[in-house]
Design a protein around this ligand. Structure first.
Ligand SMILES: [Zn+2]
Length: 81
């Protein structure tokens, strides 16, 4: 493990997403997803499905009131289980 994320990010959540879960996030309203480290080449287990591997992303709400981590949202994504 050699992560070097030293900068503070208040509203962002660092999350590892595989391509499938990344798509799910990108298709969700009120969420902005961007690569935490564009130079990252080592994939890590996906935080959500914990099956596939992917890169680190920052997940940010695009509006202050958005509840982007609403519990149960991904329960509908049976394909991602
Ligand atoms: Zn995943």
């Amino acid at each position: 493990m050699s992560r070097t994320f030293t900068h503070k990010t208040d509203e962002s959540t660092l999350t590892t997403l595989c391509p499938r879960c990344l798509n799910a996030f990108r298709n969700t309203r009120g969420i902005r997803v961007r690569r935490a480290d564009p130079g990252q080449i080592v994939k890590e287990p996906c935080t959500y499905c914990q099956t596939n591997f992917g890169y680190d992303y920052y997940i940010q709400p695009t509006s202050p009131k958005s509840t982007y981590f609403k519990k149960g949202r991904f329960d509908d994504e049976s394909e991602c289980a």
